[in-house]
Design a protein around this ligand. Sequence first.
Ligand code: FMN
Length: 217
Amino acid sequence: MRFDFTQSQPADRYRLLTNFIGPRPIALITTCSPGGHDNAAPMSFFNVFSHEPPIVIVGFSARPDGSEKDTIGNIRRNGEFCVNMVDLALADQMILCGVNFAADVDELEFAGLDAAPCRQIEAARLAETPCAMECRVERIIDYPGRAIVMGEVVEMHVRDDCLDAAGRYVDPSAYQPLARLHADNYIVADRQFELKKPADLSTREVGHVSRETVESR
Ligand SMILES: Cc1cc2nc3c(=O)[nH]c(=O)nc-3n(C[C@H](O)[C@H](O)[C@H](O)COP(=O)(O)O)c2cc1C
């Protein structure tokens, strides 16, 4: 089957894109409301796109009535937000935060989540999350009824048990992120495996340099 995106309806494009581009990591984004409440909402139009500068990107759509979601409103006003990564232990709370509550509802309280202070931004982070990233808005690209937010990560909090003893690499048995597939389907990264390029092909790589140099770039 073929689908001509230049002729299709937005709902069909949404269905096809989200059905086939996945699993998508879930950012449970915490922001501060105008009344000082903690706001939390899950976003799966999310990923990291650069480490230098450290940039994450989040895509927002409007509510069905065309109004802007609280999270993007708070981000525009405060110029900051916190990305909290989600694992299976947080799944039930995450889905509660996806309910379109009124702006003055404290979603952390409603979902039974604990807030912890951030260091460089006003918004709270989730105490329970394996990893939280404090972000400042780098830029916002607006489309009718959509907004794409680029955020610069200014601080990362990682739960101690999610790192190896040296505190350098993730422990894949402890950090198994939850990700969104199509519609209401999710997957947990609990079947991880290593896949390396054949070592004997390293000399054939254009611009080959040592692994240490690559990691520092
Ligand atoms: C797993 C999941 C992923 C979601 N991803 C997005 C997304 O990427 N962009 C978006 O605008 N809404 C997304 N939503 C919907 C919002 O989370 C939902 O509209 C939420 O109520 C918005 O809350 P707010 O008004 O406090 O910002 C997602 C919902 C779920 C459950």
